[in-house]
Design a protein around this ligand. Sequence first.
Ligand SMILES: *[C@@H]1O[C@H](CO)[C@@H](O)[C@H](O)[C@H]1NC(C)=O
Ligand SMILES: *[C@@H]1O[C@H](CO)[C@@H](O)[C@H](O)[C@H]1NC(C)=O
Ligand SMILES: *[C@@H]1O[C@H](CO)[C@@H](O)[C@H](O)[C@H]1NC(C)=O
Ligand SMILES: *[C@@H]1O[C@H](CO)[C@@H](O)[C@H](O)[C@H]1NC(C)=O
Ligand SMILES: *[C@@H]1O[C@H](CO)[C@@H](O)[C@H](O)[C@H]1NC(C)=O
Ligand SMILES: CC(=O)N[C@H]1CO[C@H](CO)[C@@H](O)[C@@H]1O
Length: 700
Amino acid sequence: MNPYLVGLLVPILIAFIFRKTKSYKRRGLPVNSGGEPGYAVRNARFPSPIETAWEGVSTISGLFEISCKKYSSNHFLGSRDLISTETEVTADGRSFEKLHLGDYQWVSYGEVFDAVLTFSSGLAKLGHKKGERAAIFADTRAEWLIALQGCFRRNITVVTIYSSLGEEALCHSLNETEVTTVICGHKELKKLLDISGQLVSVKRVICIDDAGISNGVSSEDRNTNWTTASFSEVKRLGRENPAEADLPASSDIAVIMYTSGSTGLPKGVMMSHGNILATVSAVISIVPDIGVKDIYLAYLPLAHILELVAENAMVAMGVGIGYGSPLTLTDTSNKIKRGTRGDASALRPTVMTAVPAILDRVRDGVRKKVSAKGRFSKKLFDIAYGRKLSAINGSWLGAWALEKTLWDFLVFKKVRAILGGRVRFLLSGGAPLSGDTQRFINISLGAAIGQGYGLTETCAGGTFSEADDISIGRVGAPLPCSFIKLIDWPEGGYLTSDSPMPRGEVVIGGPNVTAGYFKNEEKTREVYKVDEKGMRWFCTGDIGQFHPDGCLEIIDRKKDIVKLQHGEYVSLGKVEAALIASPYVDSIMVHADPFQSFCVALVVASPPALEAWAHQRGLPFADLPDLCRKREATTEVLSSLIKVGKSARLEKFEVPPRVKLLAEPWTPESGLVTAALKIKREVIKKTFSGDLAELYSSSG
Ligand SMILES: *[C@@H]1O[C@H](CO)[C@@H](O)[C@H](O)[C@H]1NC(C)=O
Ligand SMILES: *[C@@H]1O[C@H](CO)[C@@H](O)[C@H](O)[C@H]1NC(C)=O
Ligand SMILES: *[C@@H]1O[C@H](CO)[C@@H](O)[C@H](O)[C@H]1NC(C)=O
Ligand SMILES: *[C@@H]1O[C@H](CO)[C@@H](O)[C@H](O)[C@H]1NC(C)=O
Ligand SMILES: *[C@@H]1O[C@H](CO)[C@@H](O)[C@H](O)[C@H]1NC(C)=O
Ligand SMILES: CC(=O)N[C@H]1CO[C@H](CO)[C@@H](O)[C@@H]1O
């Protein structure tokens, strides 16, 4: 045989034998659901649900205490001082407030524990009685966590409220829970004063910003009869009057979390210490080694279960938590003064949480920046991206390690720098992440993504996709604290006997499933079930399917399926997820009516894409609202929707033939989307009822 050929073949053969092969790993195992109908699955590594990962610890306050003692001298909470606030006026006369923020200042675990003790004693001195509830109504910040733990040490149930919640919902949640003490920020204090007449149960207000007391509560406001105190005053009171702790038990309600539901008034979900502890325990038993050397960037609302669980998990592992906000996250964020640093580059975190909507924005931002740099940059980026993508499946030759270093240096280093350059683990939750975004973020940021699926009602427990699972579009295997069951939904055509995979409504059970809705027996009975073994189950209304390896994929949503006049089913969520791929679409809501033969859509236009198109066409327009009213613009968006609909293999009746273009973005503040940026169908329907009616009645 030709020696050259042998010389060539042998290394190739060796490389082939030792190539990285994708091993099949079973992550979830079917379990007998005890005669009950349905197809139930548990985590493959943990035979019975985890309730706590620490011996003798059964509450969140207990966990906090052992962590503070264990990591006493380590960095714990970091915040940035405000150096100055400036007003920037743009060319068209609009003004924006810009912040110049300083470096992170840290307090240690030991110091935070002291602050919690004094705050807790101060609460008692201030007159907060046993059995009364307190509310935290503030943006995510260090004092939020201190106040929470301070309340827990007095066995006080904490009501959490999104700081972006509207007046009616705010009033409803404070009234319903008969809160006597509200802990809030300066900005939220103003909101409270506006409705003080209706807040009959509130007796005390603790303002986190010292300045808020003197500026916000003027003499005429004081006729509210509220005792007001600043955060530091409460701590001073506590230091002078130390009180014995009144620690809670595992089954005591720790938090009543008001979820910005997609319909009607918010509902309060009651979570016990045991519920939260179960999820935290499950999360830390499966995330890859995170520990004292890590830094976590906290910026999502703590009134959202994802952030609450994530921060408590970080506490359990002795991680440093630096606080930021969505509007100051990166150097180019809206509120950051030009030339100064955003939270991510000031903190250089290694771990972050994110909701899909934010990751989608990061992806679009990177793509836009790359395209704007010219053809060569785009080509280089595409090559690098393609090389890294094919390497994910396993590369043949060790040369990849060298090549990866090169691409990282040439291309991806700059992308990583946006989030500080050190992020290695991203926890995504709140809504399913699109496969495309998951790949893009994983490849361009080089960070592992753990995707969680869970709800407030299950205390964020549900499933978790591990970083070594390279598939996309799935939400992973059940968390060690959860059982996931699929049950038949014949009306929607989803059965557990379906092949190749069982399909059905997703039902979550386990120690993480919460006690139900506060003062809402009827709704609780409707969606929570208890089986004969005493296990609680929550019916999510999501439709899922189980892959052979025990991983769940969410494929539909029960209540978003509408049957059109001629009997075709339109799954609104699925259609929206497909159509949002159009470059002209920022947000979209598809509307279907059983008495109509076609569906329609409201589309929030993406300004750069639509304006670029108008410029190219030489179409005159004054501003975006003006452009949105133009028939040509609507026609262009419609044809783009048809194109993306076709490539996503939507049926013809699923693509709306009529749309209304909107210029105003949908934000949590406007109440049209939730804090996790999920659209609130009912609210949008009500707000734009005129436009929808017009769409149905117009003749083409
Ligand atoms: C905590 O407070 C709740 C409600 O006031 C009460 O029912 C429970 O017994 C308290 N727990 C402990 C351990 O004292
Ligand atoms: C709160 O309760 C008070 C008195 O019970 C009532 O006047 C007010 O309308 C209530 N507000 C809401 C939003 O329920
Ligand atoms: C404040 O308290 C006084 C005396 O208890 C009462 O007469 C008055 O109506 C209260 N004012 C408000 C705004 O609740
Ligand atoms: C990776 O492999 C799978 C099948 O094993 C294939 O479907 C997929 O297209 C491959 N991806 C890349 C980027 O090569
Ligand atoms: C993401 O990328 C990292 C490093 O590049 C890799 O280790 C990890 O397995 C990937 N994870 C996922 C979920 O794609
Ligand atoms: C609040 C709640 O539902 N607690 C339950 C958690 O799960 C255990 C068993 O796994 C039950 O005993 C609890 O009642």
